[in-house]
Design a protein around this ligand. Structure first.
Ligand code: DX5
Ligand code: ZN
Length: 217
């Protein structure tokens, strides 16, 4: 199970150091939760913070664009060094054009689905996806509890990707921690976003990562 720390709950007063702590602990990709305060209630950060994170690490970085009209911002997140752009099905009425726009820039595509968004959109989109992101919480906040019914969605998405022979990553975001990560892996996910399980004022990053690795041995 690969780990994608979300800096959303990191200490922004020492963000570069927090990113380097995660890299040193052996994580796989940095996950940047871009939120616009419209599609989701919270406003977090944009391309400038993404660029600062990219400058602090050799790890690949993915931007989780919880924003309206993501197609207007592809160039900005490409310039910020994001290797993968994850857009929400709920904010992309012209999904084919948006995914083509991402791939046209030489970036990887990701499609995120909120907890009650039908998985049917995956049927047609799979050929254009390098990653599927199943939200296991309603996006907009860190530290939420994984919504139990969403694990069945992960398993269904796994079956859809396998049936299509797709090599796309299957990522889960929200409430993944030492209690839930084994069930997330067993449902067929290949990549887990971890926010408060890694970035917390209760323990160092390395301890959070170590605990997650131990929970999936
Ligand atoms: C959407 C965000 C959060 C965050 C994960 O709200 O994507 O899910 O990354 O935070 P935790 O791991 O604390 O739920
Ligand atoms: Zn996210």
């Amino acid at each position: 199970m690969k780990l994608a720390p979300s800096i959303y709950t990191a200490d922004f007063g020492r963000l570069a150091a927090q990113v380097q702590e995660a890299e040193a602990a052996g994580v796989d990709v940095m996950h940047l939760d871009v939120m616009d305060g419209h599609f989701v209630p919270t406003l977090t950060f944009g391309p400038a913070v993404c660029a600062a994170v990219k400058a602090a690490t050799r790890l690949p970085c993915e931007a989780h664009l919880m924003i309206e009209t993501p197609e207007r911002h592809l160039e900005a997140y490409q310039a910020a060094g994001m290797g993968r752009l994850i857009v929400h099905a709920e904010t992309c009425p012209r999904l084919f054009a948006t995914l083509q726009g991402i791939r046209g820039r030489g970036l990887q595509t990701g499609l995120a689905l909120n907890p009650l968004t039908p998985l049917a959109v995956l049927e047609e989109a799979i050929p254009y996806l390098d990653l599927v992101l199943i939200m296991t919480v309603e996006p907009g906040l860190g530290g939420q509890r994984l919504i139990p019914g969403t694990l069945a969605r992960v398993a269904r998405a796994r079956a859809m990707l396998d049936a299509a022979g797709s090599p796309a990553e299957l990522e889960v975001d929200g409430g993944v921690n030492v209690e839930t990560i084994r069930a997330v892996r067993d449902a067929g996910a290949t990549l887990a976003v971890v926010g408060s399980a890694v970035y917390s004022d209760k323990f160092p990053v390395a301890d959070g990562v170590r605990a997650l690795r131990a929970a999936t041995r």
